[in-house]
Design a protein around this ligand. Structure first.
Ligand code: EPU
Length: 422
């Protein structure tokens, strides 16, 4: 049986909502436990499919894993005895590629099927491979399996040709136990990088500069167990900020780090939306039509590509015409065709979308073309007149914890139903 999300639109979101742990941190931290010879306790994990897949993946290579309260994982990595990752598990998500760096770091050998994940354009991993090779590994692709092997990993300077979250984390993982010093230049600066580096340092690694564009890693011989809490998810928070404003609501999000949300808050303020920032919470109030703005997605601290899709739905309700430029993923406008079926007036040419503010959308059956596209469809459904039925919601379940419960708590009419097919 498949499932769909059904939304009766037109309800303002109001109230207080707690934000979960960050998916894109969790998916880096969980594979990193492979490098430890002890027991790691990871707290504040979001209860999402990607975390469950990664848990299964750890178990499949021999780790002992216990999950407590759906949010804490206790992993004993000392029993891991395989450097080969299962195809069925790897293809479920992008982050399975972190097992290449982690297994290479531990066993000097890794065999990981080419990863799956959202279809948002070409997703090369050449920068990851460039990094592994610089550390002394030989990397080949055979029948869809990435095979990496090294006699010895030796620290090296690595300059990334593109700013890549995945390559930065993967190279850190492979370099932690290499001999000598590795520097990653033009590194990604996303909060996920800092979170993974903090986790590795808590295990005994020596990483400096995470969060800047030069990261220095001094190889260590052994990593122990540790305890770590995942940072709040600024993409989940950004999605609810947008949803609150789109419904002309008044919502306070707790368990957030407001500085991580600055690019989103700044744009929303520019639109005339009230944003109040506190120590670890943020309040969004929108009681009139926002102004149109132009947005260009960029690596952190720029406007995040992962909020571009829901934000474009909000722009459909703005006064005037907005221009949205997607500079990270060329396939991230696929949801626009679905949005148009709800009455949106959006024109896309290459990486630019021109979004006309039209006020209302109309509910209909739509499809979640990827994870954040699914979130965009949810925001569209919340403001649409009538009923919106969203199919292919497996993507949404990969990244949003308790989505319907959270929205219901804010006053939305949203439910999940079983259906025969998407
Ligand atoms: N790129 C290359 N070569 C590489 C790696 C990346 O050319 O070897 C390019 C990509 O094609 C893209 C750009 O560099 O144009 C940035 O890609 P990056 O490597 O930063 O993306 P990623 O690590 O694959 C993560 C998140 C994405 C998020 C991006 C950007 C995970 C599992 N995924 O992807 O999250 O959009 O960083 O912030 O952490 C999502 O959560 O919905 C999502 C897609």
């Amino acid at each position: 049986m498949k499932e769909k999300i059904v939304i009766e639109g037109g309800n303002k979101l109001t109230g207080v909502l707690n934000i979960s742990g960050a998916k894109n941190s969790a998916v880096g931290v969980i594979p990193a436990v492979v490098l430890s010879s002890g027991t790691c306790i990871i707290k504040n994990l979001p209860n999402i499919k990607d975390v469950i897949y990664l848990k299964d993946l750890l178990v499949s290579i021999g780790a002992k894993v216990e999950v407590e309260n759906n949010s804490t994982m206790v992993v004993d990595s000392s029993t891991i005895d395989s450097y080969t990752v299962d195809y069925e598990l790897a293809k479920q998500m992008r982050a399975s590629y972190y097992f290449i760096g982690a297994l290479l770091g531990r066993f000097k050998k890794a065999e990981v099927p080419f990863p799956g994940g959202c279809d948002i354009g070409v997703r090369p991993i050449d920068q990851h491979i460039k990094g592994f090779e610089a550390l002394g590994a030989t990397v080949t692709l055979e029948h869809g399996i990435i095979k990496a092997e090294a006699k010895e990993l030796i620290g090296a300077p690595i300059y990334l040709d593109v700013v890549s979250v995945g390559a930065t984390i993967n190279i850190m993982l492979a370099a932690i136990r290499a001999k000598g010093i590795t520097t990653i230049e033009n590194a990604a600066k996303e909060p996920y990088i800092v979170d993974v580096a903090n986790f590795l340092n808590a295990m005994g690694a020596n990483i400096k500069g995470a969060g800047t564009d030069i990261i220095k890693i001094k190889g260590v011989e052994e990593l122990k167990g540790c305890e770590h809490a995942i940072i709040p998810d600024f993409i989940e928070a950004g999605t609810y900020m947008v949803a609150a404003a789109a419904t002309r609501g008044d919502v306070t999000l707790t368990n957030v780090i407001p500085t991580h949300l600055e690019a989103i808050s700044a744009k929303m303020k520019e639109m005339g939306i009230e944003i109040h920032e506190y120590e670890d919470s943020i309040r969004i109030i929108c009681d009139k039509n926002p102004r149109a703005v132009n947005i260009k997605t960029l690596p952190y601290p720029g406007f995040p590509t992962d909020v571009q899709q829901p934000m474009s739905v909000l722009l459909c309700t703005a006064e005037g015409t907005s221009i949205v430029t997607e500079s990270i993923w060329e396939g991230r406008f696929k949801y626009v065709d679905e949005l148009k079926r709800m009455g949106a007036k959006v024109k896309v040419e290459d990486r630019v979308a021109v979004v006309e503010g039209i006020g209302k959308l109309g509910g209909t059956s739509v499809y979640a073309t990827d994870l954040r596209a699914g979130a965009a469809m949810v925001v569209a459904g919340l403001i649409a007149e009538g009923e919106t039925i969203i199919g292919n919601i497996k993507h949404i379940d990969r990244g949003y914890e308790f989505l319907e419960d959270k929205l219901v708590s804010l006053g939305a009419k949203i439910k999940r139903v079983k259906v025969e097919s998407d």
